[in-house]
Design a protein around this ligand. Sequence first.
Ligand code: SF4
Length: 385
Amino acid sequence: MDKYQKLSLLSENMDVEDGENLTNSLTNCPSRTTIEKHPMITYAKMSGGKTIPLLKSVITSICERNCNYCAFRAGRDFRRASFTPTEMAGTYLDLYQKNIAKGLFLSSGIAGGSVKIQDKIIDTAEILRTKKNYQGYLHLKIMPGAEYDQIEKLMLWADRVSINLEAPNPERLSFLAPKKMFGEELFSRLEWVDMIRNRENPRKNWKHRWPSLTTQLVVGPSGENDLEILKTSEFLLSNFHLSRIYYMTFSPVEGTPFENLPAENPMRGHRLYQASFLMRDYGFTFEDLLFNENGRLPLENDPKQNWAESHLRGNPVEINKASREELLRIPGIGPKRVELIANYRQKQKIKSESDLRILGIPIEKVSDFLLLDGKQPFHQLQFTF
Ligand code: SF4
């Protein structure tokens, strides 16, 4: 088996891992032929908005754990493979130099214990950064139960690190992943990353800035509700300063104990992301979110619209006087538009619908929730026959 065949085997089933904002759009991407030739490459949107071809791979697809949803679980019948750190670094670098991949997301199954596998991920990164002078993007996975010193070493070379919490609490995790320990192996490692970022000098990192931190929760099969997920999410965002939480809506994998469970509705994941962004960027707290009697976010409307319907309808906000926090609560207004409003207000009052159009504010979204110099914006309803 040549190194590319091995890489294809290792990269199979990587859809169980969300790494970055993955995009299906082919804008700014190489040709479709390149995509078809290299199915192990996904297209990831970086935080600055740039899209890069990202190699998502594991260093080994052998795993001694038995997470019930996972394609790599022990005992599942499929062809497995492993790379040494030198092989992994060399194969990736080859793709990088041919412009096929411009970033690496490296995870692993657990074979021979977490500590041993974590060392292999660290070694791969160290080879790339120190021996090969690689300057590109590296997202490195923290293994469940990795040691403190290993996490510190990993953080020297990474742009982003992550460890998957998988579930919002220990009870749900025991259903998903019977051998993973919520507090001792996962939650504590998220805490350590943040601790290292606070205590240690960022100049130790190859770019002189500590890597961002993310996690992933599996949504659906453990019967958890959105209330549990978002309560944990709020804690993680505010206490461990996660850049993002990925909500992987469950899809059954053949040959696993969950193969006959139904796939989760992707709209549920979408609403969870919206609620999570409200808590991360819009000043919302967990208490602001509206849940139905089952502890789920309603699927029909986005969570910000639901909040505005119950708090601002009949009680609109004056756009010329509202604070940043108040403006961020209005559907159709995000952080960028708040800046535009603030700049505009310094020069003149916002009085008319045409002022809103200049600011790029969608009148149909905001008309029920704000006032323009004391008057409600006029919004022409569209009728279709
Ligand atoms: S530890 Fe669990 S989730 Fe990770 S690769 Fe092994 S079986 Fe999959």
